[in-house]
Design a protein around this ligand. Sequence first.
Ligand code: NI
Length: 179
Amino acid sequence: MDEQLEKAMYPIGRYKTPERYDPQMQDEWINEIEALPNWLDHVIENLDAAHLEVPYREGGWNTRQVIHHIADSHINAYVRHKLTLTEDNPTVKPYDEQRWALLPDVEIVPVNVSITMVHAMHRRWGVMLRNLEPEDWERTYYHPEDDALVPLWTSVDMYAWHGRHHMEQIRSLRERMGW
Ligand code: NI
């Protein structure tokens, strides 16, 4: 892939699963999950309606779609984590994120509504994760598309990355555009 495109798509690099589980990382993962709503408040500050419609790269989502996508994705993640904590190896439901991003709510609802959802949901998510028993972190869910058992700690690490990843797409777009 073209280097500039790679940088626009993956401003903090692609996700890489850590080679081994380090429980000392829990705090950092949860801190990032708890910080995301405030980062989102900040990253869209002073953007007008026209700015929100500019794709962050050619053929990519615009800021409006990226913000709603974060809410859509993290609702799924939160449900997956709750299932993991209450069932043995639950099979989670994949969803078509590209088609979700084209539904009417993403078109019509202001982005700050999704950021408010993220504030509320991440508050609960953070409290849930902060109060787990050590063994809970190694519980797993089954992801049918990847045909993989995913430990909770991997998933938490991945979603901490995911929030930062999309926030940085918007932040670096603003930087490139001088907004
Ligand atoms: Ni995403």
